[in-house]
Design a protein around this ligand. Structure first.
Ligand code: 6PG
Length: 257
């Protein structure tokens, strides 16, 4: 069965990575301004890896550095490596260096995953408490991020939801530790139902090395066990694929959204 995206999906193809960084930064700014017209705070779950770094760096520049209400924006992470926050592989460190150390966001608005703790399951459960404490969801309701950024791996993983791993089946947890044998590593990741509770999820994908994965996820057969990015179907939230031309180069039908 061909992958069918939620009706509220949007595909935006931009010329190159530089345009993607600008578009990603503008996306956060636009959503934050809209939400903060009526809400006290704006919550965003950041993606890790290398692609989002350009978006975060762009947000650290003008006009965003001056214009955005950083004191009302709260930062979370969609996943983290099981390493200390000063480790070169840390998603927190990447965002701190690219953005959070450069804008006037209060330290109390930065809700990092405490990945230095040796027990990954404890890290996950502690982050669940952090999320419940901030969002205070009504009983039987999921916390609802205003915005989630996600990346896409060449193997169709997203966050730390890797093909064939246990985290793909988490349906009651907010956050889980996930053993990724291929990387010989533990990861901590938000779960599919939590991502799908977000008001808006934006994939940030650049580069020809992701083209086959983009086409496989968007146009190929539905097979989330092998293509975990297909699990991401926010409802009633919106799903945006923000990709550059190189990442879109294998798509057969760019208009099918
Ligand atoms: C991580 C991310 C991961 C990333 C993809 C794409 O912790 O690495 O959560 O899902 O988004 O691997 O990474 P690049 O942007 O570096 O290609």
């Amino acid at each position: 069965m061909k992958a069918s995206l939620p009706t509220s999906s949007e595909l935006r193809i931009v010329a190159d990575a530089a345009e993607l960084y600008q578009a990603g930064a503008a996306e956060l700014a636009r959503q934050a301004r809209r939400v903060l017209e009526t809400a006290e705070t704006f919550s965003v779950a950041l993606a890790g890896g290398s692609t989002p770094r350009g978006v975060y760096r762009r947000l650290a520049g003008e006009p965003y550095r001056t214009d955005l209400a950083w004191e009302r924006i709260h930062f979370f992470w969609g996943d983290e490596r099981h390493v200390p926050p000063n480790d070169a592989d840390s998603n927190y460190r990447m965002a701190h260096e690219a953005l959070l150390s450069k804008v006037a966001v209060p330290a109390t608005n930065v809700h990092r995953i405490m990945s230095e703790h040796p027990d990954a399951d404890r890290v996950a459960r502690d982050y669940e408490s952090t999320l419940r404490e901030f969002f205070r969801p009504p009983a039987q309701r999921w916390p609802r991020f205003d915005l989630v950024f996600l990346g896409l791996g060449a193997d169709c993983h997203t966050a730390s939801l890797f093909p064939g791993t246990a985290a793909l089946h988490a349906r009651t947890r907010l956050v889980v530790a996930n053993r990724v044998d291929r990387l010989d590593a533990e990861r901590i990741t938000l779960t599919t139902p939590l991502f799908n509770s977000a008001a808006r999820v934006v994939f940030l994908v650049a580069g020809g090395d992701k083209a086959v994965a983009v086409s496989a996820v968007l146009e190929g057969p539905l097979d989330p066990a092998c293509k975990p990015a297909q699990l991401i179907r926010p409802e009633p939230g919106t799903l945006v694929w923000l990709i550059d031309r190189a990442a879109a180069s294998v798509l057969r039908d760019c208009g099918s959204f």
